[in-house]
Write a protein that binds this ligand. Structure first.
Ligand code: GLN
Length: 491
């Protein structure tokens, strides 16, 4: 009989269900008890949906009892980033302006996981409107990194990553606009997959930058990532940017190995500013992949240097437009005491948005204003095309790119109070986002202080299967997975 269900992966847990060694209700109860005991220090959750979770678990119990589980996610307890709409459950986006918002519908990804029998444990903390790299911009609470409570979990999906690393959920959903699944995955030592733009529906994902936003998975291992991605991927009539491409059975395709796989190492990702311990771990991982049969060649992505500049125009521009809807009229917060409509609106937005969100709205509005549009937004879009062409050129020669996910390991709370220092964290994740490419981060070692280091793989559009296969081969050949953070000394 398994004793500690909160340590298992998705596939281990459902294996235990099928062998009748555990039930979804028991697993859910163990998770809820652990959240109750530990989330005060971790701060991974904004809302815990106890009753709903136990109800879904009881339904799954019945299906396993009858020998008819719905599939590989039936009865699996998950956390969802609070940017995903959940019917009847508060969806705040980490913002005061949406604090009173209770969506009347589920995001497509949430609905699909519901149909697959997954159990929602609750909603995970995040940087306000997904703007940030540390989850310090949440209007509600700080999230701590399970490996070192004085450090950030990364962001903006920091709650989702900390929940998985701290064993407060088997797996979770996050969103990635410029790195927000991969970067917290790297900081918390979990697997993070950001799919190709269009692979997964954005319906019910509260918009930040619509041409970049994509839902992704945070999991304990690569097989779990394959299972979870498979469940959420695919065209959705509610999202015109979702693409009608067949969704492969990712889990069935994991085992092919890397023999003959052509890996490209982008020279520009190993320059100044890269922490030497991160570089050493990533280079060792690349050597390991070569030993496993991949061929490795250096390539160049000359526009890498422009990635951040382009992203920090395009994303704020789209954000300023998307966030115009929070006007105190339709939903969310409404500030009292307004003299007229305009006054009410500006009071609402002044009270409801935090500093980082206001900064982005101002930046975006400025870049879109008459006289500046061509110089900033138009120019940024042109350079975005060049960034994409760099990747196209690289993928003419190689199958996947291998690089660090982040320039450093998790930093301490308060260390990046300067917004520009915070933005620099996204230097290796943003170019792939601008090009809409699928990318993944997985653990490839630890620094001397015991903090996890992330290896990033970037693939061709809709080539998630190869990305996962390469990650799986590396994971199977190494034993980084065996180390775990110690949130409690006795469990
Ligand atoms: N850190 C980046 C930003 O602040 C990326 C955020 C994201 O991917 N949601 O915009």
């Amino acid at each position: 009989m398994t004793t500690d269900l909160t340590r298992l992966t998705i596939h281990e847990l459902t294996g235990a269900y099928r062998r009748r060694e555990a039930t979804p209700t028991r697993a859910t109860e163990e998770y809820l008890a652990r959240i109750e005991r530990l989330d005060e220090q971790l701060g991974a959750y904004l809302t815990v949906t106890n009753d709903r979770a136990l109800g879904a678990a009881a339904a799954a119990d019945g299906r396993y009892r009858d020998g008819a589980p719905l599939g590989p996610l039936d009865g699996v307890p998950l956390a969802y980033k609070d940017v995903l709409c959940t019917q009847g459950v508060a969806t705040t986006c980490g913002s005061k302006i949406l604090e009173p918002f209770v969506p009347p519908y589920d995001a497509t990804v949430v609905a699909r996981l519901g149909v697959a029998g997954a159990v929602m444990l609750g909603k995970a903390n995040m940087d306000e409107f997904a703007m940030g790299s540390s989850t310090e911009h949440s209007a509600f609470k700080l999230t701590r990194n399970p490996w070192d409570l004085t450090r950030v979990p990364g962001g903006s999906s920091g709650g989702s990553a900390a929940a998985v690393a701290g064993d407060l959920a088997v797996a979770s959903l996050g969103t990635d606009t410029g790195g927000s699944v991969r970067q917290p995955a790297a900081f918390c030592g979990v697997v993070g997959v950001k799919p190709t733009y269009g692979r997964v529906s954005r319906y019910g994902l509260v918009a930040f930058a619509s041409s970049l936003d994509q839902v992704g998975c945070l999991t304990r291992d690569v097989r779990d990532a394959a299972l979870l991605l498979h469940a959420i991927a695919g065209v959705d009539p509610h999202d015109a940017t979702s693409v009608d491409e067949a969704v492969p059975d990712y889990a069935a395709l994991l085992a092919g190995g890397v023999k003959g796989l052509k890996l490209g190492v982008p020279r520009e990702y190993f320059g100044e500013g890269l922490d030497p311990e991160v570089e050493a771990a990533v280079r060792a991982a690349i050597a390991r992949l070569r030993d496993l049969g991949a061929t490795v060649q250096e390539i160049s992505l000359p526009t890498t240097d422009y990635g951040l500049a382009v992203y920090y125009i395009v994303a704020p521009v789209e954000a300023s437009s998307n966030l115009a809807r929070y006007d105190g009229v339709k939903y969310g917060l409404r500030a009292a005491g307004g003299k007229d409509l305009i006054d009410m609106e500006s009071r609402t937005r002044a009270a409801g948005f935090g500093a980082e969100v206001k900064r982005r709205i101002m930046l975006g509005t400025y870049a879109l204003s008459a006289g500046y549009y061509d110089a900033y937004y138009g120019r940024a879009q042109k350079v975005r095309t060049l960034v994409r062409r760099d990747f196209d050129a690289a993928f003419a020669h190689v199958d996947l790119l291998v690089a660090p996910t982040t320039p450093s390991v998790a930093f301490k709370h308060g260390d990046k109070a300067d917004p520009l220092a915070m933005y620099l964290n996204d230097v290796f994740t943003v170019p792939g986002s601008l090009a809409g490419l699928p990318a993944l981060s997985l653990r490839c070692g630890f620094n001397a202080a015991g903090l996890p280091i992330g290896l990033q793989l970037i693939g061709r559009p809709f080539d998630e299967a190869r990305l996962l296969r390469c990650a799986y081969a590396y994971e199977q050949a190494t034993d980084w997975r065996s180390r775990r953070p110690s949130l409690e000394t006795t469990r």
